[in-house]
Write a protein of this length. Structure first.
Length: 169
């Protein structure tokens, strides 16, 4: 729909917490940014906070009022890779959107963008063991398990054990 596309083009997009944990002061700055009024009703603000579970409890609590009553024309996306680590108060103020895992082609593109040192065979096996989930891959990467994965790829007995570990995530 062209009307919605034009609104998106006129929107403001803010992304947070891609690689580092947000501090309480940074969360307060986000809240301040959200609360600033738009000079036009046609402009929307989109706030994306990735890895929301990594925020401190104080940072999470600071977001509660804003989540409860977001300003007009503001959409807040909280991305969680482990919903069990979120307080029920945050969960109760949100709509849950479950996203599908990536197709094999998109997973390969994602992995090559993130980690070009992996071979196609390694990426294919990562796709199988992560079920196409970028979040599982990120968890593997952040915990140095990609290196472990590369070491055990050629050992069938370890592959079985590794797949059991992955399924626990």
């Amino acid at each position: 729909d062209k009307t919605n596309l034009e609104k998106i083009k006129k929107s403001c997009l803010f992304e947070y917490n891609n690689n580092e944990k947000l501090t309480i002061n940074e969360v307060r700055n986000i809240i301040n940014e959200i609360s600033l009024t738009n000079f036009s009703d046609t402009f929307y603000k989109y706030i994306i906070i990735d890895n929301i579970e990594s925020l401190s409890i104080n940072s999470k609590n600071a977001l509660l009022k804003t989540l409860e009553e977001p300003p007009k024309n503001t959409v807040i996306f909280l991305i969680s890779h482990n919903k069990q680590l979120l307080p029920k108060t945050i969960i109760s103020r949100c709509f849950e959107l479950r996203l599908q895992n990536l197709s094999k082609n998109n997973f390969i593109k994602f992995i090559k963008y993130k980690n070009s040192s992996l071979t196609d065979n390694e990426i294919t096996k990562l796709f199988i063991y992560s079920n196409g989930s970028p979040g599982v891959y990120e968890h593997l990467l952040n915990n140095n398990l990609v290196l472990v994965f590369k070491l055990i790829l050629n050992s069938p007995s370890y592959l079985f054990k590794f797949s059991k570990i992955i399924s626990s995530f």
